[in-house]
Design a protein around this ligand. Sequence first.
Ligand code: GDP
Length: 295
Amino acid sequence: MFQNLSERLESAFKNIKGEGRITELNIAATVKDIRRALVDADVNYKIAKDFTDTVKDKAQGSKVLLAVNPGQQMVKIVQDELTELMGGTESELELKGAPAVILIAGLQGSGKTTFSGKLANYLKTQKGKSPLLVAADIYRPAAIDQLTVLAGQIGVDIYSERENKDAVAIVQNAIKEAKSKNKNVVIIDTAGRLAIDEVLMKEVADIKAAVNPNEILFVVDSMTGQDAVNTAKAFNDRLNFTGVVLTKLDGDTRGGAALSIKYTVNKPIKFVSSGEKMDTLDVFYPDRMAQRILG
Ligand code: GDP
C-alpha cells in the first residue's frame, strides 16, 4: 500500500532536500507535486487541495524558509499533516458495559464477516475478553455458515437462529445469551447488500435503536478508493457510526480511502485488515502510517 504515493512524494521532495535555502517558488512547486501525487493515489481533489494549502501555509512561515535544513522541515510538516488527515492519534474501542455491544455494518463483500472473526480473535487474545459472535444475516444462510467456521477456528462461541427472520429479535436474544454465559463483548455481524439500499439501512438502524451499541464499526474495502469514501458517507449519514475498518489493505496499492475517510466523515479509522488469516488485524495508528508513507 502507498508504494506509488511514497515514491511520488520522495521525488517531490528531491528538489528541496539538502538545499541550504529554499524559496517560496520551491515550496509552491513541491506543493503542486504533492497535490498531484495525492490525487493519483485516489484522494478527492478538494481534500488534496485543502491538504496542500495547509502544508503551503505552514511551509511559508519563516521557520522553514530560514531553517538550517528547510527540506527536512518541509517533510516534517507533510508528515504531521498526513497524520492529522488520517485522524491524529489512534482511537481505542469503547468496551464498557456487560456485555459491550459492537455492531458491524457495511456492504456485502466488504469483509464484514472476516473482520468480525478477526475482531473476536483480537479481543480474546490481546484484550483477554470473552466474546460472543452473532450472525444476524437473515438473508444468506451461507453467511451464518461462514461465521460458524471462523468462530470454530478461533475458539469463540457463536449465536445464530436459522429460522428466525427478525434480525432485531435475533440480536436481542443474543445479548440475553451473552449475559447468561458471562460473555463480555457481543460482536454482531449484520447482513450486507451489493449496493446501499433502504432495506439494508433500515435493518441496521433498527438494530442500533434496539440495542444501543457501544460501537458501530463501518467496514469498507479499501481497494474501492473514492467509492469507499462515498459509501462511508451514506452509512454515516444514516447510522452515525463510531469508527471505520479498512479491509483488504493487502490489495490496495493507492491508499486513497485511508487518506480521505476521516476528512469526509470525521470518524476515526479504528482497524486495518489485510489478508484472510484471523490474526492479521491491526489497530490503526495514523502517525505510523504517515511515517510509512514518507519512508
Ligand atoms: P462480507 O460479505 O462483508 O461479510 O465479506 P467477507 O468477510 O465474506 O469477505 C468477502 C471476501 O473478501 C471473502 O472472499 C474474504 O475472504 C475476502 N477478504 C476479507 N477480508 C480480506 C482482506 O483483508 N484481504 C483480502 N485479500 N481478502 C479479504
